[in-house]
Design a binder for this molecule. Structure first.
Ligand code: HEM
Length: 238
């Protein structure tokens, strides 16, 4: 088994807490703006481009949150980033909620619940992801952390983040796989952002699953799947 870094419910000083949140907010802003730039280059406009970048940023950043643990266990170089995991996780709820607000209200063509009726599997999977993220957000308030105790708190975070991630991958996959398939066969314009986020999500899932087999196989699988994801991504841009 991979060496587990002992989880902690850390009571850092408020100065350090603020600094960690400032870093997480900065990372989120740069990601959303960077991905929005991409969606515009790929042909999206206005609120729709913002919506797609918020959706993909949520998936990617939640993926980063899930990756930091295994990466720190396998490669010491990532140790220093572990402390931002919680703050980044908290911020992804807000980007996810902004995406859901946009698709249910300003961008909804058939009212707030039209999408739930037209695409129930995808919509309820996405909603499940958002609800779990909300529960994790409430759980990450220090008072709640202390009240439920480190072990239970950690278990809930551990399984909650994974479940939310899988639900969101299912949401995007069910909704978009046909469009991604069309894009692959025609290769017109830039690859859809959701597709690139999906490649990253697949990498995250492979890394997380590989941990089950112990640290040596996990290291090999992580390196090989990273290379595969990079080469595949480069190929779709060619
Ligand atoms: C935190 C929860 C959620 C996340 C992280 C999320 C993430 C995503 C992702 C990655 C995409 C693909 C974007 C793309 O291909 O560019 C997407 C698309 C979409 N999602 Fe969500 N989603 C969530 C919840 C929901 C919910 C609850 C709904 C239903 C109201 C919803 C409605 C949509 C719609 C309509 C699209 C298509 C947008 C478009 O093509 O412009 N999502 N979402």
């Amino acid at each position: 088994m991979a060496r587990k870094k002992q989880p902690r419910v850390v009571s850092t000083g408020s100065g350090e807490n603020i600094r960690q949140y400032a870093v997480a907010v900065g990372v989120v802003i740069v990601t959303v703006l960077g991905l929005r730039h991409y969606t515009i280059a790929a042909g999206s406009t206005g609120l729709s481009s913002l919506n797609q970048s918020l959706a993909a940023s949520t998936l990617v950043l939640l993926g980063v949150v899930l990756l930091l643990g295994p990466l720190a266990r396998l490669y010491g170089i990532f140790d220093g980033f572990l402390k931002y995991r919680k703050e980044l996780g908290v911020m992804t709820f807000f980007t996810g909620a902004a995406h859901v607000y946009l698709v249910m209200f300003p961008l909804a063509r058939r009212g707030p619940f039209g999408f739930y009726l037209a695409q129930p599997v995808s919509a309820y999977a996405g909603l499940t992801g958002l609800v779990i993220m909300f529960i994790l957000l409430v759980l990450s308030v220090s008072v709640v952390e202390r009240a439920i105790g480190t072990r239970v708190w950690w278990k809930l975070q551990y399984w909650g983040a994974r479940l939310a991630f899988v639900a969101i991958v299912l949401h995007a996959l069910v909704l978009k796989y046909a469009g991604w398939g069309r894009w692959i066969s025609q290769r017109m314009g830039l690859p859809p952002l959701g597709f690139l986020a999906g490649v990253f999500a697949a990498f995250v899932l492979v890394v997380r699953i590989s941990e089950v087999f112990g640290s040596r196989p996990a290291r090999t699988v992580t390196a090989a799947s990273f290379l595969t994801a990079v080469v595949f991504t480069a190929w779709v841009f060619m």
